[in-house]
Write a new protein. Structure first.
Length: 443
């Protein structure tokens, strides 16, 4: 079925967290596309659905219908893992690449939250929408008492030490190998990644509440499908489509935040003018211009913003925006084939970078470095990068982290950046950085 869900606007605001807790307590498959704690703008979507395959033929070259409705009014919510995209792009994939399992839900019941206007809609099949709206309106009363107070208020478990795929000196050696490849002309940039694993069972909801409290982001999310949960505090919007206009907002360039206002401002100012960070960012901008040009009207590609510093609770980021007009007949399948995996997570040239990274990284990335979000039946798309994220399976949790390597990269600084990115997700799990990754030398 590809019909839109029927909407009913509620008369009063209901908190997204309240609706989410109500649904996740009784639904195995549930999602929360989260604009962030205390969001004052953007949209959040909470709902449930049925496992499904994402159709590849959803058209994106469609005008906005002009109705005053949420941007997502039915379709699919889920994720795409890195190896699935790398395989389609022709890059080698690890023989032990993790089985993705079910990764998309066809949304059946949704609650849409417009944070700027403080408006809420319930959406479901036409015959059930009135009952669903009434259920959402009374959500506060229906949340089990044990969940009425945030579970993240509970003290985290005694810290455990995460397992690292690479030690810092090993990762530094891989950075130097990347620089050798760049010097040889094999690539201009390589997004080198690693991962940290925390064994054992984890309460995904509790972990997510801690993550979003510590590092709120405009493209956060919790998606649980078939026993696997993706928890994200992503600051990077990978793809957005509305009214036939396609956009990507790649992030390249990171600085930690400081509690000292003057030092914090200095870090942001340093990031804004850093030659290495600008070079890293503009190479991905050019790659995204090329990728989008494969599915956009010739001459419509624009760089709407270049080297803009955006500040989040844990980091400052250097962000650019690239857009284009979808060519006639463009589908979600064509868009993903042209652009995924995202250049900000591969490097450039893309196929050469992915091939070399496969040789260097020593294992699969899995859901990390993929994308997640929604694809609407009406051609609306909002997909974020799977970064600053946690994937929780039955017996472990995994956190990926990495950074873009250019000829100007300094190994010690790149190692410290990986530690900065991984620290908050690991803390949400009640885990500490392993060994030398947690050393003050990296801070």
């Amino acid at each position: 079925m590809r019909e839109r869900l029927s909407p009913r606007e509620l008369s009063l605001w209901v908190e997204p967290a309240t609706v989410f807790r109500m649904l996740e307590a009784r639904s195995a498959d549930v999602f929360w596309l989260d604009a962030g704690a205390d969001a004052a703008e953007g949209w959040s979507f909470v709902g449930t659905g049925e496992p499904a395959v994402l159709p590849q033929d959803v058209r994106l070259d469609v005008p906005v219908d002009g109705q005053d409705l949420p941007p997502f009014s039915g379709g699919w919510v889920g994720w795409r893992d890195y190896e699935s995209g790398a395989r389609v792009a022709g890059a080698p994939v690890s023989s032990d690449a993790e089985s993705a399992g079910p990764s998309w839900l066809r949304a059946t019941r949704v609650v849409a939250f417009d944070h700027a206007a403080a408006r809420v809609w319930a959406l479901s099949a036409a015959g059930a929408v009135e009952g669903w709206a009434a259920e959402v309106a009374s959500a506060s009363a229906s949340v089990p008492e044990s969940l009425a107070t945030s579970r993240s208020d509970l003290a985290p478990p005694s810290p455990v030490i995460a397992d690292a795929r690479h030690e810092p000196h090993e990762y530094a050696a891989l950075i130097e190998r990347c620089r050798q490849l760049i010097r040889a002309g094999t690539a201009y940039q390589l997004c080198l990644t690693t991962r940290f694993t925390v064994p054992g069972a984890h309460d995904a909801v509790t972990v997510y509440e801690r993550l979003r409290a510590a590092t709120p982001a405009h493209h956060g999310g919790f998606i649980r499908i078939g026993g696997r949960a993706l928890l994200s505090a992503s600051p990077e919007q990978f793809l957005h489509a509305a009214g036939g206009v396609l956009r990507s907002r790649p992030i390249k360039g990171t600085r930690p935040r400081s509690t000292d206002a003057a030092e914090d401002a200095a870090l942001a100012a340093e990031l804004a003018v850093d030659a290495k960070e600008r070079a890293e960012n503009v190479m991905i901008v050019d790659l995204m211009r090329n990728d989008l040009s494969r599915v956009c009207v010739p001459g419509s590609i624009r760089v709407e913003g270049l080297w803009v510093v955006e500040s989040y609770p844990a980091v400052h980021q250097l962000v650019s925006t690239v857009s284009g007009t979808a060519a006639e007949g463009t589908t979600i399948g064509a868009l993903l084939e042209a652009t995924f995996p995202a250049g900000s997570m591969t490097g450039t040239p893309k196929l050469s970078a992915m091939t070399r990274l496969h040789e260097l990284e020593g294992g699969p990335r899995g859901v990390y470095a993929g994308c997640f979000g929604y694809v609407g039946v009406d051609g609306a798309v909002d997909l974020a990068m799977v970064i600053r994220s946690i994937v929780i399976d039955e017996d472990r949790a995994v956190v990926g982290a990495g950074g873009g390597i250019t000829w100007g990269s300094v190994a010690a600084a790149e190692v410290a950046e990986v530690a900065t990115k991984a620290r908050a997700p690991l803390a949400a799990l009640g885990a500490e950085m392993p060994g030398l990754w947690g050393s003050d030398i990296l801070n």
